[in-house]
Design a protein. Structure first.
Lengths: 368, 501
């Protein structure tokens, strides 16, 4: 019988909802909890496990105690054999590393790791390509190419790998320097490689930044957005260089590259905001969200901009979301993805959406 | 047959410019005596030196003959330039257009003195309307893109007359570049709709793209991949349902002429390229003609003047009294010489002849498709389970991947076989695209010669890629700096002299 390992980082993703750019370090966790963040990683891990349960595969699930897997397995309706020890409520990176090492000894066929880039980097420290691994996306930033597009997709890929066998490919595991990231510098480090079941429509590729020759198109997009802007309307400007060009067209040169800013009447009214602040800013007022997909991965919502939460999106309304991307970016990102954490809401976005690609120019692009 | 283009040159340069051949006092012309009216011109406005080249008549004739020998056209050989429909231009059409009664009339002449010209335009309009299945045609646009632009102006006038401002025009990603430009130039926002895996408009994307903002969908059918949009009725329904118009780009009309009609497919505005489908010469910037046909509901917006027939007085006349017209789009009534050639072509072919031409054009394209689709190096990217229409798009991606030979090297190498290059790198949705449109003009022997050339080139890509990279070598001029002429244009002798200084 095939063996599936499961490691859940229960605190992954905690920072995203409140506008922090990751969840490394005790201080950040405390700050996140102070901001009112509720852990979402376990719930998303359960979504993946529910799919596995539904697909009815015969296998043995090996996991770590309590919130690092055993609780989630129980919630997902799966029987699991628990190994190792943790101090519940106080798990750290060390626990992830130890769990991965012990799964290796258990000779599992695949390890599902629920977390973000940091979790993945910890896990592969021990594994180093000796066992295939697949990420369940529950973190804030997921730059590594080891994550499935959604928790459900992770469940499905896991089952298909164990049952039918999928080809394996080497994928980069990236981690970004969270301190630099909080100061608006995107400095991604290659942490190592993992072997990942290859299923191109369900497993994400690595992030590709915008390149120099896109600048003209970014300016053209920015100009049109500028013309579309209405007085009295609140604009929620997502992260990225394409959205930064919009801010610059307005004469705002200190926008947050990796965070969300609020613009009203052509002026920045709040900088680097979290979910709560966005909700306050748009309360009872007409608002528009302006976002650009992450290059290559194609995520429009749910990666790198979790502050724009399902609550925010629902309040603003789907018709008031402007997705902007240069043709160069779209050429390496042929389909878009949405993973807000609210499966029902994600469903609303599926199919074709209009993406603004230039001055008075847009393109229908598929969200899968 | 081996090809070697003439090359009139010394070591350094090709045939000199006509100004450089000039020798003082060696005139080949006689000026008429001074007219009495000329004595009224003030002295300070009279030039004593004209700086015209001075050559004898044989020198002039030889100069231009040599230049023509270093040129290439449909009269020299096969010209499979995709989507351009480079068919043979019958000489009788040229002769008719050159008749004094056609070439020496002036648009300011009194209507009574140009009844024949008006009749020709009136009848040509009617023929085109019948061919396309529309109510009325306007012959004014002097080029394809000019016609597109008029189509967009009509679209705006139509929506305005209904009290609606509609600001979006949908264009498929396989469309001709001019479509995007024409819509944008007329002030519309352009929404690009992707193709599906069959190379046709993706209906799901189109359904999401249309809205109350949709002014029109611009579509070419057969499309730029040479494929018939077989879901055209559903496409038309989708656009019409939201109140949008359907615009037909006539670039590929040669694939369906006499077989089906854009009007019957649901198109509201239909564009023609007389210089493609109706065999008037083109290339080198014109002159062309891009008439626009419309359904009944759009007729009142057509440009002024229209050519009308007064049954009582049995005479043709120009009608400017059209209050809802978009106005004038050209000084006069179209490129008349081109209209004469197209009219002659239609009469020459007759209805059955036009149908036969379409059949031959489609058959020729399919023959090439079948013969080349399995050649190592080329492939067809979209579904080709059925036949193509008048053109076929190959991808040289395998050749590029396996042997590092790109599509444009294939195009250049074809020149060495005495064959004009196909359209390459278009449409952009096909990587390493080679777009081939043989037209009905070519014989099976000529097609076989082309197919053999393509096979040899594919073989060469494997065995002697270096040879390919050096092509063309059998032409008057080898590899050119392709961007230089655009970046540093020298368009006249004056400019040339200035540059030389």
């Amino acid at each position: 019988m095939k063996k599936l390992g499961l490691i859940v980082n229960p605190i992954a993703g905690l920072g995203g909802r409140v506008g922090l750019k990751g969840t490394d370090g005790i201080d950040v966790i405390k700050k996140a909890l102070d901001f009112g963040a509720a852990p979402s990683s376990p719930a998303r891990a359960i979504e993946a496990l529910c799919v596995i349960k539904r697909l009815g595969l015969e296998f043995e699930l090996v996991t770590y105690p309590a919130e690092m897997g055993a609780d989630e397995a129980r919630e997902g309706g799966l029987k699991a054999r628990t190994i190792g020890n943790i101090i519940s409520g106080k798990t750290t990176a060390e626990d992830t590393k130890r769990a991965a090492k012990e799964m290796l000894v258990e000779n599992v066929d695949l390890i599902l790791v629920a977390g973000g880039d940091g979790t993945m980097a910890d896990a592969i420290e021990a594994i180093d390509m000796s066992v295939p691994i697949l990420g369940v996306p529950t973190g804030v930033k997921m730059h590594s190419a080891v994550f499935a597009n959604t928790p459900e997709a992770a469940g499905e890929v896991a089952v298909r790998f164990l049952r039918d066998g999928l080809p394996l490919r080497e994928a980069e595991v990236m981690d970004i320097d969270e301190d630099a990231y909080r100061q608006n510098r995107l400095s991604a480090k290659l942490k190592g490689f993992a072997k990942v079941p290859y299923e191109p429509t369900m497993v994400q590729a690595t992030k590709e930044g915008s390149t120099g020759y896109e600048l003209a198109d970014q300016k053209a997009i920015a100009r049109w957005i500028f013309e579309l802007m209405e007085k009295g309307r609140t604009y929620i400007l997502g992260p990225g260089t394409t959205t930064r060009a919009v801010a610059e067209e307005l004469g705002i040169y200190d926008s947050t590259l990796l965070g969300v800013d609020i613009i009203r009447d052509y002026k920045m009214v709040a900088k680097d905001v979290n979910e709560k602040q966005i909700l306050q800013a748009i309360e009872g007022k007409p608002a528009t969200i302006i976002v650009s997909p992450i290059g290559r991965q194609g995520f429009v919502l749910g990666r790198g901009n979790q502050q724009i939460s399902p609550k925010v999106v629902k309040k603003v309304g789907k018709e008031n979301i402007l997705v902007i991307a240069t043709l160069q970016k779209l050429s390496s990102t042929p389909t878009l993805k949405v993973d807000t954490g609210d499966a029902k809401l994600d469903e609303v976005f599926r199919g074709y959406i209009k993406v603004i690609t230039g001055y008075h120019q847009s393109r229908m692009v598929k969200v899968i | 047959m081996r090809y070697q283009q003439a090359r009139w040159a010394d070591d350094e340069r090709l045939e000199p410019l006509v100004f450089e051949l000039s020798k003082a006092k060696r005139t080949g012309y006689t000026l008429p005596p001074k007219a009495p009216s000329e004595s009224n011109i003030p002295n300070k406005l009279i030039r004593t030196e004209l700086e015209l080249p001075e050559l004898s008549e044989p020198e002039v004739v030889r100069h231009y003959t040599r230049l023509s020998q270093m040129n290439y056209g449909i009269d020299s050989g096969f010209y499979p330039l995709g989507s351009c429909t480079m068919k043979y231009n019958p000489k009788i059409c040229e002769e008719l257009a050159a008749l004094e009664t056609a070439s020496c009339i002036h648009p300011y002449q009194d209507e009574n003195t140009v009844q024949g010209a008006l009749e020709l335009m009136y009848k040509l309009e009617q023929y085109l309307a019948e061919i396309a299945g529309v109510a009325r045609v306007c012959l004014h646009p002097s080029a394809g893109a000019h016609g597109e632009f008029l189509g967009m102006l009509l679209t705006r006038a139509y929506h305005r007359s209904r009290g609606k401002e509609r600001n979006e025009v949908i264009v498929p990603d396989s469309a001709h570049g001019t479509n995007f430009a024409s819509a944008a130039m007329a002030g519309f926002d352009v929404v690009v709709a992707p193709s599906n895996s069959r190379g046709r408009v993706d209906l799901e994307a189109l359904r999401k793209a249309v809205s109350k903002r949709t002014a029109a969908l611009m579509l070419t059918n057969p499309n730029t991949l040479g494929l018939f949009e077989d879901e055209i009725l559903k496409i038309a329904e989708t656009v019409h349902k939201v109140g949008g118009l359907l615009y037909y780009d006539g670039a590929n009309l040669n694939g369906i002429l006499g077989k089906t009609r854009p009007g019957d497919m649901g198109f509201d505005i239909v564009h023609f390229n007389l210089h493609k489908t109706f065999s008037t010469p083109h290339g080198g910037g014109g002159p062309g003609a891009g008439p626009i046909g419309v359904t009944k509901k759009l007729e009142k917006f057509l440009p002024v003047p229209t050519v009308e027939y007064d049954k009582k007085r049995k005479r043709y006349y120009l009608d400017y009294r059209r209050p809802q017209s978009v106005g004038k789009i050209k000084s006069f009534y179209g490129n008349f010489g081109v209209l004469v050639k197209a009219y002659a072509y239609i009469l020459l072919m007759g209805a059955s002849g036009l149908q036969e031409a379409t059949e031959a054009a489609v058959l020729n394209a399919n023959y090439i498709m079948r013969k080349l689709r399995d050649v190592d190096g080329f492939e067809i990217k979209f579904d080709m389970s059925g036949p193509c229409k008048h053109e076929v798009v190959f991808s040289a991606e395998p050749m590029n991947k396996n042997y590092g030979v790109k599509a444009h090297f294939v195009a250049k190498r074809l020149l060495d076989y005495g064959i004009h290059a196909p359209t390459y790198y278009f449409p952009p949705i096909v990587p390493e695209a080679l777009m081939i449109e043989p037209t009905e003009t070519e014989t099976k022997e000529e097609l076989d010669r082309f197919i053999e050339a393509m096979r040899e080139i594919a073989e060469e890509a494997k065995s002697h890629p270096d040879k390919l990279l050096a092509a063309p070598t059998a032409t008057a001029i080898g590899r050119l700096d392709e961007a230089k002429a655009s970046r540093e244009p020298i368009l006249s002798w004056k400019m040339y002299r200035k540059m030389a200084k």
